[in-house]
Design a protein around this ligand. Sequence first.
Ligand SMILES: [Zn+2]
Length: 356
Amino acid sequence: MLKRIMILCLVIMSIMGVGCVNAATPQITAINWSVNRENNLRVVLDCTQLTNAKAELTDTSLTIIVNGKLRPTIGRRYSFAGSTVKSMNVSAQGDKTILILPLKRPLKSSEYKLFLLRNNPGAKRPDRVVLDIVNGDRTVGEQKSGGIANCIIPTYSVAGGIRGKHITLDPGHGGSDPGAHGSVTGVEEKSITLPVAKKLKDILESKGVIVAMTRTTDVDVWGSDATDVQELQARVDVAEKNKADLFISVHCNANTNKNIGGFSTYYNPKTPYDEKIAEFIQNRLLKTANLRDLGTRSANLYVNKHSSMPSTLVELLFLSNAREEKLLRSNWFQNKMAQAIADGIEDFYKQNGGVS
Ligand SMILES: [Zn+2]
């Protein structure tokens, strides 16, 4: 199914690094590199087949040894504008290709990642060896200890302001899943998250954002017979497919104690920015009215944890609280909440994700 658009890739650890090797000798057919908007360097080696590679890190250099014969036409010297790595020398040693990257400062193991990507015939991409080096002290995600893993290479950006950003909005629940119910009117959570998300979409689009929605009507995203995980992954897939820079899920809260109320915003700290976007949004929500601050909360919610880009799940007030149910049902207050979330997102981008 296209529902699952995870890229199958092998993640290999610096010292270990053994992949699958066929009998024929792999060849390196091209070396490409790029520096993204955040000054992170990516070096990609196209290979005739899936191969293996390992990294050797010292204080002064990072050496990558790839099990693949270097095509003689490939360039040997590369220079980059990065602050950590400014050049790369490529050489052939028999059936191996050696990349040597002198370091301007010692690199931490969390600041680079070496992994393999399987070929993608649809996109005309061959098997590849990929090296990512981050610029600065941020990490490039969890290093996994060898073997095959499903992973998505993050491509999000937090720099350069809100205009042109890709943001996916997820109105919680829908279709066969109504979510929580209002204690006074019985209003369903799914019928509040959708209009709030649509209002938010309009505001974001007026700020130049490219918005994708996991749903625009009262439907299940995966289908009414989905498991919980299938339904939630389908929502994450929308964000991945749209190469979202940010993924926002909108929900309303409920509690058996009808006195409990307030705003809370959840995140999973899988990138340096998840907590920050939650804080920026929560701060703006608190300015909408005199309502309780239940804080930003680190959690393992599926959509936050399994999305590759910064994401947050907003719990807009409590349907179980009569006063808040009335606010949630009000068109006026839905507009205020949508505006607050949009303002929080704009704050986040004005400060380049809030992480210095
Ligand atoms: Zn919910």
